[in-house]
Design a protein around this ligand. Sequence first.
Ligand code: FAD
Length: 297
Amino acid sequence: MYITDILKGREINFSFELFPPKTAFNKSGMKIQQHLSRIFDTVDNLSQFDPAFISVTYSPMNETKTTSIPIAAIIKERFDIETVAHITCINTEREDLRKIFDVLKFFHIDNILALRGDRQYDDTEKILNHASDIVEEIKNHREDFSIGVAGYPEGHPECLNVEGKKNLELDMDYFVYKTEKGADFAITQLFLDNDYYFRFVEKARKKGVEIPIIPGIMPVVNRNNLKTIKKLTGATIPPDLEKRINENIEDDQEIFEIGIEHAVKQVKDLIDKAPCIHFYTMDRWQPTERIIKEVTG
Ligand code: FAD
């Protein structure tokens, strides 16, 4: 079933993102098994919230290339939850992409999150350079997918003007272009200040974008989280959140509580304004479960 149809039929929607193992085996062969069982435990535990969908990340450059699609297929088959397969176009030949689309259909997966992928991986001849290209490629190959794309409420880190500052206008134009190429829904990069999401949606609507724009939420659950969020996404950390975390930097339990409290506030504010709330679970159900229970309980 297409994500857009699922979202239409329900008042409150939650969705969850999973991260398949990036490496196949450690020496004892346990790592991938433990990781896989954590993934399915996460699905099992979060299925109590009747997810609108579960999305599964992908990279052509590591083990997720082989695990991502089967994991999405198993979730759909075993848990009867709709899945979104992330597919990146970087480092992949056009012909191989088409085969991937066919494999997805073989597994009855109807939804793709169409992404460029991270540039650091791109060391071969570029065939498709942008997410808009993969959206177009999916559409050219077959019409029976619902296609999602990524949105960046604080701008994509590479979209800079000559002074090296984020060029939000240009980044928005490229986002609009992805929707013109045929995207049916969008999921945003995580943010810790909802105003960025609301402004992003408002700007997109003014440019004529009508598709659902699903906000991405990831709670800060430990001190390393904050560093990773800053480094990987460039998300703005609200000063009060950063201050409270720094004041408790030696107290992991308190940081966890602060992070959950912040995410609960974010979700409470978003829940009746957004079409769905998407959680970056990092394959751990406990923080997401806490947040949803506090919001809805
Ligand atoms: P694009 O939309 O192509 O944008 C990339 C950059 O190019 C931006 O700066 C944009 O402004 C610019 N741009 C876009 N179109 C054009 C154009 N036509 N001409 C010139 N410039 C253009 N990565 C993974 O590897 N695997 C995953 O599973 C994954 N899942 C993700 C899920 C979500 C919800 C999000 C937000 C990101 C995810 N990513 C994933 C990360 C993503 O691959 C990176 O952020 C990547 O750097 C950009 O991908 P994109 O699809 O947004 O690219």
